[in-house]
Design a protein around this ligand. Structure first.
Ligand SMILES: [Zn+2]
Length: 442
């Protein structure tokens, strides 16, 4: 059994693992590298396997750093079968068509076209439910489990050649409103473990909700706007859910709330189709209090003209992408609101090194936005308890349940790897950091 780390090795993005087992060639995720240019250059590096020979593509979830290179894989000859959950299939459609549109704008440097993206989506003929067992050829079995990360996200257990290997995908935080807590893994020989927050402990959700409430109340009282750079998937829907709940509970005043992201708007429509998958309290809120994705304060700004108009407002909450401020409509909301001391920018998600979001979150006094140098006078807040990723205690508890003989750490930055490896070593569980394009025989 050979395992090759084609991405997310030594870095957070680009998740892609190639497993050769029981005569089958299986890829787990095929994500895009995102961040500084030297990292994004890896999107052009040949895969360390032949896409034409791959039999199966297993997708853990719909984030771009887990599926963004699927159309490139198709373009280079992959014609095997794609497997994922039903919500992930819906999300993949929206995410890949958006990625293809951005790629096409790159012109010569495009990795793929919208036609490649559409054709690659056709390969996802098999949708699975959590717990369902699937045969991947003779003697290889796969089972998806609830990763509690975003709608439809899974971690995957693969059994072959008498061994069990678990790919964590991205594991969720506990106590989140719109996803269940991550399920525990079965006993496994090997675990490939994400490490995003391997050096952090998240505050409880309740504390984060209170922080968000305080920022909103103070900023609206001072006549400023609250700008929330947000990831289109899950985080945006979660923020809408919390805003709706706080307003219904009279914890924040009524104010205009703009969802200013075409991608997040499309993602929200998918959530509305899968409300039966939400945890019980969220299902109850929908039944008794109304729809957090469609209420009187909330406006989806669909056109660019409508979007530009809201930047000149005061006393509004503006949710816009991209989540790390690397593009999208949030840029002009930042340009217009960063110089205003009465406004606030609230980061509710991970900010990778090298991104504009990280620079602002780290307290840089002046930043470049859309070609101008902008002074940062707005209040900057980081709210960490809304994270969609497990923290150090959850990752440790989770992986110890599998009682593995080997753990490969992926999907993280060096301080997170070091902290997680040290914690696991202290609990008698050896773990090491996977190398990019490294192949191990298991
Ligand atoms: Zn993810």
């Amino acid at each position: 059994m050979n395992l090759t780390f084609a991405g997310a090795a030594g870095t957070v993005t680009g998740s892609c693992f190639h497993l050769e087992a029981g005569g089958q060639r299986i890829i787990i995720d095929c994500g895009m590298f995102q961040g500084p240019p030297e990292l994004e250059a890896r999107n052009l590096v040949p895969f360390p396997f032949d896409p034409k020979k791959v039999d199966w593509l297993v997708l853990t979830h719909g984030h771009l750093d887990h599926l963004g290179l699927v159309p490139r894989l198709f373009r280079e000859g992959f014609r095997g079968q794609g497997i994922c959950t039903l919500p992930t299939r819906d999300i993949a459609h929206v995410m890949l068509m958006d990625a293809a549109r951005i790629q096409e704008e790159e012109g010569e440097a495009a990795l793929y076209t919208a036609a490649d993206a559409l054709a690659s989506l056709d390969l996802f003929r098999t949708q699975v439910e959590y717990g369902q067992e699937l045969a991947l050829g003779e003697g290889v079995r796969a089972r998806f489990h609830d990763a509690g990360h975003i709608l439809g996200a899974a971690f995957v257990e693969i059994e072959a050649e008498g061994k069990t290997i678990v790919f964590s995908g991205d594991l969720g935080n506990r106590g989140k409103p719109l996803v269940e807590d991550p399920a525990y893994p079965p006993k496994a020989d090997i675990v490939v473990l994400e490490s995003t927050y391997g050096d952090r402990e998240h505050p409880p959700l309740e504390q984060s909700v209170n922080e968000l409430r305080d920022v909103i109340v103070d900023t609206l009282a001072g006549g400023g706007n609250v700008v929330i750079p947000s990831f289109a998937l899950e985080r945006t829907q979660e923020v809408l859910y919390l805003l709706f709940w706080m307003w219904r509970e009279h914890r924040i005043p009524a104010c205009p709330i703009y969802l200013d992201s075409p991608l997040a708007t499309q993602a929200t429509r998918i959530f509305e189709r899968h409300t039966e998958r939400f945890p019980a309290p969220a299902r109850r809120l929908f039944r008794k209090k109304g729809d957090p994705f469609d209420f009187e304060l909330l406006e989806y700004t669909l056109t660019r003209a409508a979007s530009k108009r809201i930047s000149t407002e005061s006393g509004a909450i503006i949710i816009a992408g991209s989540g790390m401020c690397t593009g999208g409509r949030v840029l002009y909301h930042l340009r217009d609101n960063l110089p205003r001391p009465e406004s606030a920018v609230v980061f509710v998600g991970y900010q990778a090194i090298g991104t504009l979001g990280r620079a602002i979150a780290d307290g840089t006094p002046r930043v470049e936005v859309l070609g101008s140098i902008v002074p940062v006078r707005a209040a900057i807040h980081k709210i960490e308890g809304l994270s969609a990723h497990a923290d150090l205690p959850i990752l440790t508890d989770w992986v110890l349940h599998a009682d593995p003989r080997a753990v490969f750490l992926v999907h993280g930055e060096p301080p997170a790897f070091a902290s997680l490896a040290e914690r696991l070593a202290s609990r008698g569980c050896p773990a090491r950091v996977a190398g990019w394009h490294e192949t191990v025989t298991l």
